[in-house]
Design a protein around this ligand. Structure first.
Ligand SMILES: C[S@@+](CC[C@H](N)C(=O)[O-])C[C@H]1O[C@@H](n2cnc3c(N)ncnc32)[C@H](O)[C@@H]1O
Length: 268
């Protein structure tokens, strides 16, 4: 059983994308990191719909390096942000300061949000809640702090993804352990220990208290091996696989097998 301390320590070593995309912690460094983020993950701005956050009370859970948080602040949201790690909160605070923006940022835990019931119009969280040991509890917390009519915009990982296939080939089949489950491969080889991924049906269960639940799982740069796929995965074999990865076939026949599962849902 993964502990929250393990999750904290993993992400406090380096925030998400820090080693790959953040070369300096000045304005230019953060701009370059954002540019690369939205080039690789172009569906984020559409999903987050930053501009519509103007005058809305918004909580972001798991701010990381703060690129999305900056966009919410620029849009004029009444903004709050938390992250489990001091490092992410420091990065995001530094980033906002450099751009003359503000937010109420604190170290905090998605499973125990320090906010009253029905506080927010929007709760946004990109790639975070699947890292927390008790994901269902974190989603209940999202529900609790949303106002009636409020909207959750949450990205969690999708189990039936090309990234999952690759991890399974590498750490189960090629490791001579074809009986290994996808669950254990995600937990031990994708980012922080205990990382989880969900089927669409499981995600619907997680968001069962919500209404108007919309889910999409587009192919991303990791599924298509179009980038440095993560801070844990580098090396010769990956470079070789990248050359031969059947991107055309995947785009044509396996749409919907993306790792990123975007869930938008409303509290009635
Ligand atoms: C993959 S990063 C994503 C960061 C950012 N949202 C992004 O897209 O770059 C995961 C983040 O979730 C944070 N996190 C993990 N568990 C958390 C929890 N229980 N409460 C708050 N933040 C958590 C980590 O500290 C880390 O910054």
């Amino acid at each position: 059983m993964t502990t929250k301390v393990q999750v904290h320590d993993f992400w406090n070593e380096a925030s998400c994308g820090e080693n790959l995309y953040l070369s300096t912690t000045d304005k230019a460094g953060y701009v370059a990191q954002s540019t690369e983020r939205y080039r690789l993950e172009p569906f984020i701005p559409t999903f987050a719909d930053f501009e519509s956050a103007k005058d809305k009370k918004v909580l972001e859970i798991g701010v990381g390096l703060g690129a999305d948080h900056q966009r919410f602040a620029e849009a004029g949201a009444d903004l709050y942000g938390i992250d489990l790690t001091e490092r992410a909160v420091e990065h995001t605070a530094q980033r906002l300061k450099l751009f003359g923006l503000s937010s109420r940022l604190t170290v905090g835990d998605a499973e125990n949000l320090g906010f009253d019931n029905q506080s927010f119009d929007w709760v946004y969280s990109w790639g975070v809640l699947h890292h927390s040991p008790d994901t269902p509890r974190a989603i209940q917390e999202v529900f609790r702090v949303l106002k009636r009519g409020g909207v959750a915009k949450v990205m969690i990982y999708h189990k039936w993804s090309m990234v999952g296939v690759m991890l399974w080939l590498r750490y189960a089949l090629l490791a001579g352990k074809p009986w290994r489950s996808l669950r254990s491969v995600y937990a031990e080889h994708l980012e922080s220990p205990g990382t989880k991924a969900y089927s669409i049906a499981e995600a619907r269960q997680l968001f069962a208290d919500f209404v108007d639940v919309q889910i999409s799982t587009p192919l991303g740069h990791g599924d298509l091996l179009e980038s440095d796929v993560g801070q844990r995965h580098r090396g010769l074999m990956l470079r070789w696989v990248k050359k031969f990865w059947p991107r055309w076939f995947i785009r044509r026949f396996l749409t919907g097998t993306g790792l990123f599962m975007m869930v938008e849902a409303r509290k009635s």
